[in-house]
Design a protein around this ligand. Sequence first.
Ligand SMILES: C[S@@+](CC[C@H](N)C(=O)[O-])C[C@H]1O[C@@H](n2cnc3c(N)ncnc32)[C@H](O)[C@@H]1O
Length: 204
Amino acid sequence: MGIYNDFIIPHVINIVMRAPMAKSERPGVVGSARGKVLEIGMGPGFNLPFYGPDVSQVLAVEPSKILINKALQRAKKLGINLSIAGHDAMEMDIEDNSIDTIVVTWVLCSIPEPEKAISEMLRVLKPDGRLLFIEHGLADVPTTAKWQNRLNRPWRCCAGGCNINRKPDDLLEKGGFIFEKLEKGFADGPKLLSFEYKGVARPN
Ligand SMILES: C[S@@+](CC[C@H](N)C(=O)[O-])C[C@H]1O[C@@H](n2cnc3c(N)ncnc32)[C@H](O)[C@@H]1O
């Protein structure tokens, strides 16, 4: 990994993920979390303020120690009892069928094998549980998609493993989820990074 991915990238995430666009989108998706919540790739914990009274417990899976510490500090300030349940969504030490809500915001792009992580999400989620997501990925506009495919590899090298040409909707569907709600479209920001997929999915 090295100093760049272990030290610089977490600090960049802590700045970039404060963007007003991200802040404005979080409550609409995360606000419907309920019960025992597992947040995958929690980062510095920017979703924490939007968990409401229906949330009984929050678990996080996050690889970066720097970001875990920031999330724990934020949770303490908000009076949320946050437990760190692991460091890699591709292999989670969490019981089968034990989670009511999984939250994943701008994370599937960075997980080396998203199929493995999605299979783990399906395993730990209760049959009536829900996955709340906001992701970015391949645009449905051919000219943008062409440049996303061309630039994906160099981008991934500089951006801590973030891919700009994944299709989170296809990944989730192939992984055994169906959508209760799915919105797709450009948010504010550079076209290559801002084609969003957001909504609610549940086990099929
Ligand atoms: C762009 S940040 C998003 C952070 C946060 N979800 C947010 O909305 O601000 C991507 C996050 O995914 C995390 N991540 C990367 N690989 C992961 C993995 N294998 N398992 C879980 N999280 C991972 C990163 O450490 C980082 O915190």
